[in-house]
Ligand binder design. Structure first.
Ligand code: ADE
Length: 235
């Protein structure tokens, strides 16, 4: 399988860069794409940069130029689901934009005309990732709790409880908020490429989020990447 992997920041690709073999780098647009192998898979890893446009651009290049069979977006996120702790992981079942708003014309919050309110992740990838997580946990060397849910994306670092509550009111199963996942999912939907977003909680998107994020970004990014490597062993 040829797997495209998108991580927005250095912290979110560093573990993967240390395990991908036979690396070959090429530049497309403003991004470096690292082709290589992991177990029996061909992989193409890109640090996309932060935000929806960066992520969509990277996803499109992975699909059109590198012809990947699936895209997995890995990284950290602000946890908004009840009970989520730093380091816990959410596997996207669906994804939506929290900052796209045509409600005045009768659309739902986040809904892009001609799409549903939420983009769907590939449930085969979701279930395999959950199985991989259960195996890691059972082996005793993986402590994060892993749950399934809705991932919300927007071009905003969220650090405000009222904003989180409003998001949870509009998206019933919202678990995390980040800045790329739904854009990747939209591009994947356009090209019928299976997609999964794995995000580990670096902060809880409330008042202290910027400081807490700085402290836990690497831990969260590594948790997400670890689960991704375990998932690839299942594919
Ligand atoms: N990524 C990690 N934490 C985040 C937050 N609080 N808001 C948006 N993106 C994030």
């Amino acid at each position: 399988m040829r797997i495209g992997i998108i991580g927005p920041m250095d912290e979110e690709v560093s573990l993967l860069l240390s395990v991908i073999k036979d690396q070959r780098e090429s530049e497309v647009g403003n991004h470096k794409y690292v082709e290589g192998t992991y177990l029996n898979h061909k992989v193409v890893l890109v640090k996309s940069g932060i935000g929806k446009v960066c992520a969509a651009s990277a996803a499109l290049v992975l699909i059109l130029q590198f012809k990947v069979d699936a895209i997995i977006n890995t990284g950290c996120a602000g946890g908004i689901g009840d009970g989520l702790k730093i380091g816990d992981i959410v596997l996207s079942t669906e994804l939506a934009y929290h900052d796209f708003d045509l409600k005045i014309f009768g659309y739902k919050r986040g809904q892009v005309p001609s799409y549903e309110q939420c983009f769907k992740a590939d449930m085969n990838l979701v279930n395999k990732a959950k199985d991989a997580a259960d195996k890691l946990t059972a082996a005793g060397n993986f402590t994060p709790h892993v749950r399934l849910g809705t991932v919300l994306s927007g071009d905003q670092f969220i650090a405000d409880k009222a904003t989180c509550l409003a998001m949870k009111a509009d998206f019933k199963n919202a678990q995390v908020t980040e800045m790329e996942g739904a854009a990747v999912a939209q591009v994947c939907e356009d090209f019928k490429v299976p997609c999964l977003v794995i995000r580990s909680v670096s902060d809880t998107a409330e008042g202290e989020a910027p400081e807490i994020f700085e402290k836990f970004v690497q831990l969260a990014a590594d948790n997400s990447a670890k689960l991704l490597t375990a998932l690839m062993a299942e594919l």
